[in-house]
Design a protein around this ligand. Structure first.
Ligand code: UD1
Length: 484
């Protein structure tokens, strides 16, 4: 499938993007890719799953094998990197999740051609930015996916200008992008902020020395992309060392960028005149893998994870071993078994290689079932305990004090109607429901869909009882009786 902007007088509609085999009007493609037109002016949010809920009956151990998808957080910057060249960038192992669809639509709205593989190549995306016309990330997109700001650096480097909506606050905290802006200014960009938008321009960026006040993952990625086409050398200090940063550097290097030190605190980039196309395979999703590991542990299962990278999960594995879990790692697989009582252990979220904030909520669910008291300290985001209240509704004993949550285990969990507040919080509720007594209904699962590829199918394939349901309409009220 190829996504291209709709021509001004074209007849195609955004609904086209949703066509798939079996839909009326769908024509079987002859190649391993499909071409589809969308009208980005019609808006971006596909409402079809906004009302979906999960119904989960707890009690089944997860047994079998699950294939881990490509990392959403590596795929998003990789797709943005395609802006840096007029040649096609072919990305393999792109996960089929909502945030990726959003980024595709964003790129198309700028004039990019996005071609999607199908069948065995269904996780391949080819992006051609040889005709970028509109260097803008609209509010409608940025509000649903903050990582849209990743296009700021690449647009500025390639087109000399960018207009990106300011993200504003979100469920897990303020999440400013001041460090992206300061860094781009250090590279010579002029930036103004008006009407909720960041307007940036630069003739050509020039290399500079950037010391991040605070470690930022997408900030490091954004600036690294911008610096690849800047004139001269850029030195960035206090950089994020996440595997997703290293993966992006690997892609940029294949595209002709000169980068040293990715994966360390100091990255040096020697700017080049032009980047070219490349083919790259996205790393496995360490957070999806970690989520399945915790689900297997809690349900007392025996789960094999394939296509994953255990070296990206060191801090989680170490912590789980402290809790009494047995994990065997291969080069691209892991097996987790648990038949023992879990012991409480404290965690503090930190930048990589520390314990990831994106695994904090799932770990909290585990802590509710461990013997003893676990103290969970959230150091990265200011308001990332929204799941605590929902877990408490299921019977957990959790006290939140500022950036600390004190979890007293082990308390039996019982089914309840709960609702997701953000992506990883939703995962913690799904895991809780897998061990709860009875049938849990989880609302707002569109948060899950942002970052987990077909989670219910994967869970079902290893024994979970989980079903996705659409909106349940209230019973129609009886018509008032007419009194003569
Ligand atoms: C990325 C991940 C997200 C993960 C987070 C932390 C993607 C798409 N998302 O988000 O899943 O939870 O890293 O590992 O990769 N900050 C500022 N100013 C800035 C930028 C960040 O103050 O300009 C602060 C943030 O508010 C936060 C901290 O820095 O307190 C870390 O945030 P950051 O690493 O930037 O998170 P994201 O890159 O948005």
């Amino acid at each position: 499938m190829k996504l291209v902007p709709k021509p001004p007088n074209g007849n195609s509609s955004k609904v086209d993007t949703l066509l798939s085999a079996g839909d009326p009007g769908f024509k079987k493609p002859v190649s391993r890719s499909r071409t589809i037109r969308i009208d980005f002016r019609d808006g971006f949010v596909a409402p079809e799953s906004l009302m979906d809920k999960f119904v989960i009956r707890g009690g089944n151990p997860l047994v079998g094998s699950v294939r881990i998808s490509g990392a959403k957080n590596a795929a998003l910057p990789a797709m943005a990197a395609a802006i840096l060249t007029d040649e096609p960038v072919i990305l393999e192992n792109i996960p089929d999740v909502r945030d990726i669809q959003t980024e595709r639509n964003l790129l198309v709205s700028m004039g990019a051609e996005v071609e999607l593989g199908y069948g065995r190549a269904s996780h391949r995306t080819t992006i051609s930015c040889n005709n970028l016309v509109n260097p803008e990330a609209a509010y409608e997109l940025v509000k649903t996916m903050r990582a849209s700001t990743l296009v700021l650096g690449p647009l500025l480097a390639r087109m000399g200008r960018a207009r990106v909506s300011q993200p504003g606050g979100c469920a897990i905290g303020a999440r400013p992008i001041d460090l992206h802006i300061k860094g781009l200014e250090r590279l010579g960009a002029s930036i103004t902020q008006e009407h909720g938008y960041i307007e940036a321009s630069a003739e050509r960026l020039r290399g500079g020395h950037i010391i991040f006040d605070k470690i930022t993952v997408t900030g490091t990625e954004d600036l690294m992309m911008a610096a690849t086409l800047a004139e001269g050398e850029t030195i960035m200090e206090n950089c994020a060392r996440e595997p997703e940063v290293t993966d992006l550097a690997a892609l940029l290097t294949k595209m002709g960028a000169k980068i040293q030190g990715a994966g360390t605190h100091t990255i040096r980039i020697h700017g080049v005149e032009k980047l070219h196309g490349a083919r790259h395979r996205i790393i496995p999703d360490r957070i999806e893998a970690g989520t399945f590991v915790i689900a297997a542990v809690l349900t007392g299962g025996d789960l094999q994870l394939t296509s994953c990278d255990p070296t990206h999960l060191g801090s989680l594995i170490q912590k789980l071993e402290e809790c009494g879990v047995s994990i065997t790692s291969g080069t691209d697989s892991m097996r987790v078994t648990n038949g023992h009582q879990l012991q409480a252990a404290d965690i503090t979220t930190e930048e990589f290689p520390g314990f990831p904030t994106d695994m904090q909520a799932q770990y909290m669910t585990l802590a509710t079932q461990s013997q003893g008291t676990s103290i969970i300290t959230e150091n990265i985001f200011e308001n990332r305990f929204m799941h605590a209240g929902e877990l408490a509704r299921m019977g957990a004993n959790i006290k939140v004090e500022g950036s600390r949550a004190i979890v007293r285990g082990k308390t039996p969990l019982s089914s309840a109607a709960v609702q997701c507040s953000d992506l990883r919080a939703s995962a913690s509720l799904v895991i809780a429901a897998l061990v709860a007594d009875g049938e849990t209904i989880i609302d707002r699962v569109y948060h899950v869909d942002r970052g987990y590829e077909r989670i219910e199918e994967k869970l079902k394939s290893v024994g979970a009882q989980i079903r996705r349901i659409g909106e349940i309409l209230p019973k129609r009220a009886a018509a008032p009786s007419v009194v003569a």
